[in-house]
Design a protein around this ligand. Sequence first.
Ligand code: 4AD
Ligand code: MG
Length: 431
Amino acid sequence: MIIRISEAKNHVGQEATVQGWMYNKRGSGKIWFLQLRDGSGFMQAVVASGEGNEAVMQTAEKMTLESSLKVTGTITQHPKQADVFEMQVKSIEPVQICTEEYPIGKKEHGPDFLLDNRHLWLRSNRQWAIQRVRNTIINATYEYFNQNGFIKIDAPILTPNACEGTTELFDVEYFDEGKAYLSQSGQLYIEAAIMSHGRVFDFGPVFRAEKSKTRRHLTEFWMMDAEMAFVEHEGNLAIQEGLVSFIVEKVLERNMNEMKLLERNTEPLTKVKAPFIRKTHAEVVQELRAMGSDIKDNDDLGADDETMLTKKYDKPIFVEKYPTEVKAFYMKRDPNDPTHVLNADLLAPEGYGEIIGGSQREDDYATLMKRILDHKLNPAVFDWYLDLRKYGSVPHSGFGYGLERLVAWICGLDHVRETIPFPRMISRLKP
Ligand code: 4AD
Ligand code: MG
């Protein structure tokens, strides 16, 4: 019977076959301990010498690191650890024995070497754990939206206009149409879809030709945008709190094993429950200055500001009502104070910083047109977006999260480059 390692607990005392890879081996001529991995988990397979066992001992000896194989034997419980299972091996069928030494050895490797070998590095147990947590976050996002009346709408990647800053656009030649741009966010398109569906979200790769070389920036990353008709600023924040708490709860429910592998202290994550901390941009500026930052009244928060501020807290923090001039053209201004917008950035605690950007959207045609002109954008490419304010415009809001930022925070990683299978950064396009 072929089983996956994750099912071993159901087969104690039975004979079973595991198919996978040997990531490590210890032992000698008398006994071999093969460390196996099959994608679902890890297991030690014990090959002991004895009468009639000569052939299997010889095969065990021949197996090199990262060779692929099928191993058959009896599943047993670890003598000391109740939740650990082993195999007492009867036979080994090599699938492919590596004849070249596996490049990622036991010694320490630098990040550049590991990133050059990303196609192999993905197999390491930490990288395995990170992708499993990423998968939970993706699924929890779909679950939350499905349970809350949203439908998924796929936004295009090739677009004629910018969504966020025009300085960060990747362009491509597009037949006779001139330049097309790789999407920075599906937001503008899903705003169109709410007039059909009410509540929608998208989830896909987005592109930013950002010159920033920081631990938080990639040039290609995955964004989830959500957009809701008849939801204003307050309602927007409540949905974000609901989603982020749900995601963290699901990771704690499903991935404690991975968290242990990553040595992530999950105590702070247990506090990620609504209501989150809320502060205005103006309050945060004061707080940051008191901590030594030179941030000005109308400055966006710098990377160091975010780190410094969020290290103080163990719950996510909404920073709301930024100065109008530092935010995007589509954000609705606060009717009580048009120098500020009805937006919020959600900052993750423990020094992580921004994970979500969102706002109520400008829904008045004339005001939006003026904002497009003020931002020196070409209204002709936004004619369709302006149309949405002509035909049944409604108050509406939305937000977008960066998947890699969420994974980095929840897994407790230093850099987003480990959170995506194949990171794209200013000077990295390979593998
Ligand atoms: O704050 P941003 O730029 O907001 C938008 O694009 C809005 N259109 C979203 C919306 O309202 N629907 O980006 C959203 C999130 C950020 O909060 C951050 O988590 C992530 O995307 N992000 C990046 N992640 C990795 N690398 C980059 N270069 C990122 N830029 C933004
Ligand atoms: Mg932002």
